[in-house]
Design a protein around this ligand. Structure first.
Ligand SMILES: [Zn+2]
Length: 383
C-alpha cells in the first residue's frame, strides 16, 4: 500500500499531498478514502471518546496506522490534524504572504481566500467544533496530570504517567488509560495515578477483570528496564547496527525533497506577488491572472501544508536518531533521562517503547520500536 501511494505521489501532477486528500489525474483535489478514515478516527477518539492526544498516538501506533510516507503519526501531527479546518471542507488560503526577501508574514483577513467545499468535508462541523473547544480548554489549563492547584499534597512526581497512551491490558487486550486516585492519609489528600483498563470501565468487570496498576511503580520499572537495556554494550551495538539499516537515508531523501519543494513554492510565491502587483493592467488580464494564480496558490498552500506536516513528523520520529541524543542516552541513560522534562521523557519513552502490557498490576511484556526491538528484553531485574 505504501509503495503504490509513494509512486502515485511522485508520478502525479504534484509530488506532495495533505493527509486525507489526493490530487486526481486532472490535478483536482479529492478525498483519499483510506486516509480520511484515519482523520475521522482521530476526531472520534478525541472529540467523542475523550482520549487525549498521547493516548490517540498510542492507539494509532497500536493499529499500525502510518502516514503515506510510512511514518507513525506523532502528537504534533495529531494536534495539527485536529486543528486543521480544511477537513471540514472549509479551505482558507493566503493567511500568510511571502515577502520579496522570503519572509512569511500574516495577511489581513480580508486578503484571505476562503473556499467552501462541502464535497471535500471529511468530518462534520459539529465534531470539529467539539475538538476545537477541547483543544482550547486544554490550552487554558495546562496543569494536568499531577500539578493540581489547591492541593499541596498532590503528586508532583514528574516521572509519573510515562507510558500513558502505550499501555495495554494483559487480560482483554484493550487500551489502558490513566486515572487519578485520591486517598485520605493523616488528614491530607494524597493523589496518585493508576493505569486501568478502558474497556473495563465502559463494559464492566464481567467483560474484563484486570486490576488497576500503580502508575508510579510501572513507570519506575520501565525506566529501570530501559536503563538496563541501554546500559549494555552488546545492546547498544545491536541498536546501532539496526539504525544503520533503517530509514535514515529515506528521511534524508525526503527532507531534501521537502526543501526543494519549499524553494519551488517560494519562487511561485514571488511570481504571484509580481502578478498581484500588476495593478495597472486591464481588469480582464488581471482577473485572468488572478484566477490562475489562485489555483496555483491553492495547490501551493496545500503542498506547503503537507511539507509542514511531514517536517513535523520527521522531527517527531527522529529524536533518537539524533547522534548526540543517542550518545547521551546510551552513554548514561539514567543521567540523561533525569535531565529531561516530563513531556520529553514521555516522548523519549514513546519513541523507544511500542507497547507495555500490564497484567496482575505488573508489567507482563514490553514491545520496542525499531531499532530498539534489537534490545534484549529478558524481563526486569528481579526484586
Ligand atoms: Zn482489560
Amino acid at each position: 500500500m505504501m509503495d503504490s501511494k509513494r509512486k502515485k505521489a511522485t508520478n502525479g501532477p504534484a509530488s506532495g499531498r495533505m493527509l486525507g486528500y489526493q490530487f486526481d489525474k486532472n490535478g483536482e483535489y479529492r478525498i483519499d478514502e483510506q486516509e480520511s478514515k484515519i482523520i475521522k478516527l482521530i476526531f472520534r477518539l478525541y472529540a467523542t471518546d475523550g482520549l487525549n492526544i498521547t493516548e490517540i498516538t498510542g492507539r494509532l501506533r497500536e493499529k499500525g496506522v502510518r502516514s503515506a510516507q510510512g511514518k507513525y503519526i506523532g502528537k504534533r501531527a495529531v494536534r495539527y490534524i485536529l486543528s486543521n479546518e480544511s477537513c471540514t471542507g472549509r479551505f482558507v488560503y493566503g493567511k500568510k504572504a511571502t515577502l520579496g526577501n522570503g519572509k512569511r508574514v500574516k495577511n489581513p483577513e480580508d486578503k484571505w481566500i476562503v473556499a467552501h467545499r462541502k464535497d471535500l468535508a471529511i468530518v462534520s462541523d459539529s465534531i470539529f467544533k467539539k475538538a476545537q473547544k477541547r483543544l482550547e480548554d486544554n490550552k487554558r489549563k495546562p496543569a494536568r496530570e499531577g500539578e493540581h492547584a489547591g492541593d499541596e499534597r498532590a503528586v508532583t512526581d514528574e516521572n509519573h504517567l510515562l507510558v500513558r497512551g502505550i499501555v495495554t491490558c494483559g487480560v482483554c487486550g484493550g487500551n489502558m488509560g490513566a486515572h487519578k486516585v485520591k486517598a485520605k492519609k493523616e488528614g491530607a489528600t494524597h493523589i496518585s495515578y493508576v493505569y486501568s483498563c478502558i474497556p473495563q470501565s465502559s463494559h464492566g468487570i464481567a467483560y474484563c477483570n484486570s486490576r488497576k496498576a500503580r502508575a508510579k511503580e510501572i513507570d519506575e520499572e520501565i525506566e529501570k528496564r530501559i536503563a538496563a537495556a541501554l546500559g549494555s554494550k552488546d545492546n547498544i551495538r545491536a541498536i546501532k547496527n539496526k539504525i544503520k539499516q533503517m530509514s535514515k537515508p529515506q528521511n534524508t531523501e525526503r527532507k531534501k525533497e521537502i526543501v526543494e519543494l519549499k524553494s519551488k513554492v517560494a519562487k511561485i510565491n514571488g511570481k504571484l506577488s509580481r502578478i498581484e502587483g500588476l495593478g495597472a493592467m486591464t481588469r480582464l488580464i488581471e482577473s485572468q491572472a488572478r484566477q490562475k494564480s489562485d489555483l496555483e496558490k491553492q495547490k501551493m498552500a496545500h503542498l506547503l501544508a503537507i511539507a509542514d506536516i511531514e517536517m513535523e513528523m520527521l522531527r517527531n520520529e527522529a529524536p533518537l536518531f539524533d547522534e548526540n541524543l543517542f550518545e547521551a542516552l546510551t552513554g548514561n541513560f539514567e543521567n540523561a533521562f533525569a535531565s529531561f522534562s516530563s513531556e520529553t521523557k514521555r516522548s523519549v519513552i514513546a519513541a523507544i517503547v511500542k507497547k507495555v502490557t500490564i497484567k496482575d498490576r505488573a508489567i507482563a511484556a514490553v514491545e520496542f520500536h525499531p531499532p530498539f526491538d534489537a534490545l534484549e528484553t529478558g524481563g526486569g531485574d528481579g526484586k
